[in-house]
Ligand binder design. Structure first.
Ligand SMILES: NC(=O)c1ccc[n+]([C@@H]2O[C@H](COP(=O)([O-])OP(=O)(O)OC[C@H]3O[C@@H](n4cnc5c(N)ncnc54)[C@H](OP(=O)(O)O)[C@@H]3O)[C@@H](O)[C@H]2O)c1
Length: 284
């Protein structure tokens, strides 16, 4: 199977390329310099000759999107629309990565795949538009994979930030009132592979670690994995950490669509973090 992976130099793209190639896939990996997803001609030429497009490109600067929404929209919505249209013309399937930020965060139980979208940030709006575009262009050949709280060895992420902060300051305050699911990018990459090779029906799937955590709880797990005392992580609240883009207070996603299609969801986040920690924190 011939895969085109856009955004290959990002956190997720790095693992997607490695995992697909590791499973014997023929992978064309393109970073922004080789294929800008907002460039219609580059997209058309890039998609040609591939069976599956995996779009790992994205505007992921959540706070900057508040003041640069048009630019974020170009990458997160127009880009996927162009890729999906080119995929349709070339008879290819497409995997579009999306986010828990398409929801409003007011739920108290895991969001089902079909839950109403109600993003509360500019980033979330642009990602929701990207989902819509891909579904509209490829009704029978899209896989929208929503993930959340990604960490991995392919780029900076929450665990590396926390490790850096404790090294610098000795202690760190982390919000305890936002709940979500930490997710290892390698697990998402494995799901991308499985969903494609098992030819699951077009639709929306949730690729997140099982269970739930607050950022504070995740930070404690990070510090413990680094061999430090979890007591150096102190809980705080979001109102003391005001940022330009509002964050959903609750963004745990349910995994029914995977289960319904015979795919095992990603395991409990604590176990997956234990598995990933050495790799992510730099072989310590
Ligand atoms: N990180 C998370 O916690 C998280 C959570 C939920 C969903 N997601 C989704 O997962 C996907 C991958 O995210 P990530 O964490 O891997 O982000 P990332 O590390 O920021 O990677 C995104 C990549 O996209 C590239 N890119 C930006 N604009 C582009 C353009 N116009 N054309 C081509 N490539 C472009 C970036 O290149 P440059 O570095 O050169 O800009 C970067 O390499 C995104 O769709 C994101 O929305 C991420």
């Amino acid at each position: 199977m011939r895969f085109l992976v856009t955004g290959c130099a990002g956190l997720l793209g790095t693992d997607v390329v490695a995992v697909l190639a590791g499973h014997g896939g023929q992978v064309t990996a393109v970073a922004r310099a080789e294929l800008d997803v907002t460039d219609p001609e580059a997209v058309e030429a890039g998609v040609r000759g591939h069976d599956v497009v995996v779009n790992c490109a994205g505007w992921t600067a959540v706070d900057a999107a508040e003041t640069h929404e048009a630019a974020a929209f170009a990458v997160n919505a127009v880009g996927p629309a162009l890729l999906a249209a080119a995929a349709r013309r070339n008879g290819a399937r497409m995997v579009q990565l999306s986010t828990d930020y398409v929801f409003d965060g007011t739920a108290t139980t895991p969001y089902p795949e079909a839950h109403r979208l109600a993003p509360v940030s500019a980033y979330g709006r642009t990602k929701a538009a990207g989902e819509w575009a891909v579904r509209a262009e490829l009704p029978a050949a899209h896989l929208v994979l929503r993930t959340s709280w990604l960490y991995g060895a392919g780029g900076g992420c929450f665990p590396t930030t926390i490790a850096g902060l404790v090294a610098e300051r000795g202690v760190v305050d982390v919000v305890d009132d936002q709940l979500g699911a930490p997710t290892w990018s390698r697990d998402v990459a494995e799901l991308v592979h499985q969903l494609v090779v098992r030819d699951v029906p077009a639709g929306i799937y949730h690729a997140t670690g099982a269970g739930r955590a607050s950022w504070f709880e995740f930070a404690r797990a990070v510090v413990e994995a680094a061999g430090l005392d979890a007591g150096i992580v102190h809980p705080t609240t979001s109102d003391r950490f005001v940022r330009p883009a509002p964050r959903p207070a609750y963004s745990v996603l349910g995994h029914d669509a995977l289960v319904r299609n015979g795919i095992t969801p990603i395991g409990p986040w604590q176990e997956r973090w234990e598995q990933a920690a050495r790799d992510v924190l730099g072989g310590s």
